[in-house]
Design a protein around this ligand. Structure first.
Ligand SMILES: NC(=O)c1ccc[n+]([C@@H]2O[C@H](COP(=O)([O-])OP(=O)(O)OC[C@H]3O[C@@H](n4cnc5c(N)ncnc54)[C@H](O)[C@@H]3O)[C@@H](O)[C@H]2O)c1
Length: 328
């Protein structure tokens, strides 16, 4: 049994708190958040966890084997560095690793130097439907892939990073670059403490010629003709191949596939009831800690996705409202 603690108890931290308490290989011993409301919510749900307003105090008083960091992005790297001083056996670090690539890359280097297994819970890397789609795309079930369109609900840095980490994994034998990126930041959106676009289109072109178009913004469109509305959860993906199409939404447990002249079929691959993707990542981390073969690549994919996002954001020329930087 591994002991675990959580730093930052908002939405993302809640996913870790639930997952830790549902995992058979972990016991939740502590959580930290400066917000009285957040700590009250945790106290109500997890009465056995010791709560701290200051995570530094928690690190000294209640050392855990695994620490989950789910604070706003600008603080990830500095908190992770402090946690590393206490030699944890493993880390769950929320995306993005940092707001910029050089900080994120340096942090990953330090984590590796400390020989500390780390997971970054990008759900699509473990969700059954998304993983089956990956296998089918790679196997050529819909022929050679000609385009991928993602109609995103929010911004690249907070949500697009999930979709990119997944697509970089799917097309891992190809080399991507930003072909074009156009953003509208006039809405001045701050998400996770970081300035992001209100709308945008980013084209990623691979060496093979494959293009991915990511539409970020506040509306997910177009509405799929084939996926039921309850199947549309998060961004909508359409992967077009020389012999078919796959359509799916990011967090849904199903996908629609049409091959050749067939009518197409809806295939359901939901997560087992009661299981979350944070749980899957934590179980994988436990395997890593006990040295049982599993090698995680989620942190590398997260960094590679951040590299693309940073290049895209650098094409944004409005110097008064830079993208991807912490809000003042
Ligand atoms: N992997 C996922 O699917 C997923 C989903 C949601 C959020 N997230 C990530 O979780 C992180 C937090 O996002 P959120 O949506 O939970 O935000 P949130 O605003 O709901 O929660 C952030 C919490 O962190 C606390 N906090 C701030 N500074 C802190 C500090 N120094 N020490 C301890 N706690 C501190 C805040 O008081 C707040 O309760 C982000 O990095 C986000 O990208 C990931």
């Amino acid at each position: 049994m591994l002991t675990a603690s959580v730093i930052g108890c908002g939405h993302g931290g809640g996913l870790s708190l639930d997952a830790v308490s549902n995992c058979s290989s972990y016991v939740l011993i502590a959580a930290a958040d400066p917000s009285d409301d957040a700590r009250k919510r945790v106290a109500d749900r997890f009465p056995d966890a010791r709560l701290f307003a200051d995570y530094r105090e928690m690190l000294v008083e209640r050392r855990a084997d695994v620490v989950c960091i789910a604070t706003p992005a600008p603080s990830h790297a500095s908190i992770a560095r402090e946690v590393l001083h206490y030699n944890p056996k493993g880390l769950l670090l929320e995306k993005p690793l940092a707001c910029d690539v050089s900080t994120a890359a340096e942090l990953l280097r330090e984590i590796r130097e400390a020989a500390c297994p780390v997971v970054v819970p990008h759900g699509m890397l473990v969700l059954p439907a998304a993983q089956e789609i990956k296998v089918r795309i790679r196997r050529g079930d819909i022929g050679a892939i000609t385009s991928v369109e993602v109609h995103n609900a929010v911004d690249l840095l907070n949500a697009g990073i999930h979709w990119l980490a997944y697509l970089l994994d799917v097309f891992d034998n190809d080399n991507p670059g930003i072909a074009n990126a156009e953003f509208d930041a006039s809405g001045h959106v701050v998400n996770d403490g970081v300035q992001v676009e209100s709308r945008g289109v980013t084209r990623i072109e691979f060496e093979s010629g494959l293009c991915i178009d990511l539409h970020s913004g506040c509306q997910t469109e177009p509405t799929s003709d084939v996926l039921l509305s309850e199947e549309q959860r998060g961004a909508l993906f359409r992967v077009t191949g020389s012999n078919g199409v796959i359509e799916f939404s990011a967090w849904a447990g199903s996908y629609w596939i049409q091959v050749g002249k067939s009518d197409g079929e809806l295939i359901k691959r939901p997560l087992p009831v009661g299981l979350s993707y944070h749980q899957i990542f934590l179980e994988q981390l436990a395997l890593n800690i006990t040295g049982r073969e599993f090698v995680d690549s989620s942190a590398n994919l997260s960094l590679a996705a951040l590299q693309l996002i940073e290049s895209a954001y650098q094409q944004h020329s409005d110097s008064e409202w830079a993208l991807g930087v912490p809000a003042p």
